[in-house]
Design a protein around this ligand. Structure first.
Ligand code: NDP
Length: 244
């Protein structure tokens, strides 16, 4: 029986590329999505073309009851979850002076509380199986901070602390918990930036380019594989050398 990977927010951007890459590498896939749209079914087709199963579950990761329900649906379908990728995330960028309380709370609730909600519902199955991999998508700004992103940076710094603490709690059960911290990756999240800003950003990066979703998916593939079986509690930057 194939191993199963669950990717939250996996119908576009980085999450979709991770799902396709793990499908190519022998996993059956479960994808959580929030809103029904054309991309959801397109993603399923693309994954099935890679000879993997794709099970789609709707749910808002910031709602605990949604996570409880969709994890049960995945277990009913596949009977296991071997790899969890906590990828779903949002931004509401704004200087603190102008940031509304809801902008702060929404970002923390999706990015950080969402990571808790999904992990909390998946971990009993991994404990029982006595193995598992959890890969949390953080961000370099969770380490460096960034003006205009107090909400987002706090959520990503929280994810890093969560990753290290959980890694210590579950290592004895052979569950490995790591985070990746992407820099600027070309997706709809960064498409909103003006071209001049993108050029300025590229100049600051030692490798002189923004990252591609595949750059992130490759590291997640490694952290899901046997090749990383002695790595836990780590944060791997994927940023072209921007933060050293
Ligand atoms: P996108 O905006 O392209 O995709 C985000 C995904 O998360 C979408 O599938 C979205 O679903 C889903 N999502 C958002 N809110 C929820 C929710 N409440 N419940 C379930 N799913 C949700 O972003 P990226 O692919 O760029 O980002 C993916 C991850 O990588 C995020 O955690 C982000 O913070 C992180 N990251 C991205 C960087 C970048 O430069 N792009 C840099 C560093 C980190 P829907 O389609 O329904 O909106």
């Amino acid at each position: 029986m194939k191993k199963v990977a669950l990717i939250t927010g996996g119908t576009r951007g980085i999450g979709k590329q991770i799902a396709l890459t793990l499908a190519e590498n022998g996993y059956d896939i479960a994808i959580n999505y929030r809103k029904e749209n054309e991309e959801v079914n397109n993603t399923r087709k693309e994954i099935e073309e890679k000879n993997a199963k794709c099970f789609l579950v709707q749910g808002d990761v910031s709602k605990f009851e949604d996570c409880e329900r969709f994890i049960k649906e995945i277990i009913a379908e596949y009977g296991r979850i071997d790899v969890l990728v906590n990828n779903a995330g949002i931004t509401r960028d704004m200087l603190l002076m102008r940031m509304k309380k809801e902008d702060f709370e929404d970002v923390i609730n999706v990015n950080l509380v969402g990571t808790f909600n999904v992990t909390k519902n998946v971990i009993p199955y991994m404990m029982k199986a006595r193995e598992g991999r959890i890969i949390n998508i953080a961000s370099v700004v969770g380490i460096s901070g960034n003006a205009g992103q107090t909400n987002y940076s706090a959520s990503k710094a929280g994810i890093i602390g969560f990753t290290k603490s959980l890694a210590k709690e579950v290592a004895s059960r052979n569950i490995l918990v790591n985070a990746v911290a992407p820099g600027f990756i070309e997706t709809s999240m960064t498409d909103i930036l003006k071209d001049e800003i993108k050029e300025e950003i590229a100049k600051m990066i030692p490798l002189k380019r923004m990252g591609k979703t595949q750059d992130v998916a490759n590291v997640v593939k490694f952290l899901s594989s046997e090749d990383s079986s002695y790595i836990t509690g780590q944060v791997i930057n994927i940023d072209g050398g921007m933060l050293m």
